[in-house]
Design a protein around this ligand. Sequence first.
Ligand code: PEP
Length: 251
Amino acid sequence: MRRKLVAGNWKMNGTLKANEELVAGLSAELPAGSNVDVAVFPPAIYLSQVIHALSDSHINVGAQNVCEQAGSGAFTGEVSAEMLADIGCRLVIVGHSERRAAYGDTNALVAEKVGAVLDAGLVPVLCVGETDAEREAGQAFAVIAEQLMPVLKSLSVENLRQLIIAYEPVWAIGTGKTASPAQAQEVHGFIRATVAKADEQAAQEMRLLYGGSVKAANAAELFAQPDIDGGLIGGASLDAQEFSAICRAAE
Ligand code: PEP
C-alpha cells in the first residue's frame, strides 16, 4: 500500500513574515498522526527559515531546484544537493515545467539533477508532462516517455526505488484547468507501466503525484484514482486552510 504524499510548491512566493504565518497555519491545521505525508517547497532563500520553523513537525521541507554538480565548486549562483542535505532538506523538485520552459532544464540535464539528488541521499520529485499542443497532437505519451527515459536509463534499481514522479500537464499548471480524474489516471497508468519495464517493484512502490490546478474541491476525486498517490500543489499551497483541506482529502 503506497502512502499518499501532498507536496506544496510555493514557487517564487513568500516573505519572512508570510512564511511564518503560513507555517503556523499548517502546523495548526495539520497535526501529526495522519496517514498522509506532507511536504512544502519554499524558495531556496527561505529554506532554512522554514526547516527551522517546522523542526518539531512531521511536515517535510524540500527545494524547488538543484545544481547538477555535486558538492561544491566554481558554479556561481548554484546550490548543490549536498548543501540542501546539510541544512535539512529531504526532497527536491526536479524538472518542473517552468524550469524546462524558461531555464534550459533539458531531459538530459534533468536526469543529471535527479542523479545528484539521489547521490546526496535526498528524494527527487521528478516532474513530467505535456503541453496543450502536444496533447492535441496525440503526443502526450511520447513526450512523457522521452522525459522519463534518460532518468530511467541512468538510475540503478536501488536509486529508482527512491524516486517520486509528478505528472503535471503543462496546460493545467496555474491555469485553473485541471485534468479530469480519468485523464490523469490514464497518464499515471502509462507512467507506472513505463517504470515497470525498468523494474516491476519500483513501479509498484513508486508514488505518482498529480499536479495542475488541484484545489480542495477537486482533490478527493483525483486522489481516489488507483494510480494517483497524492498531489503536487502550486497556487493552492500558499493558503494554509486550502492546502490542509487538500491534505485531508488524501486521507
Ligand atoms: C505546480 O506549479 O507544480 C502546480 C501544480 O501549480 P498549480 O497548482 O498552481 O497549477
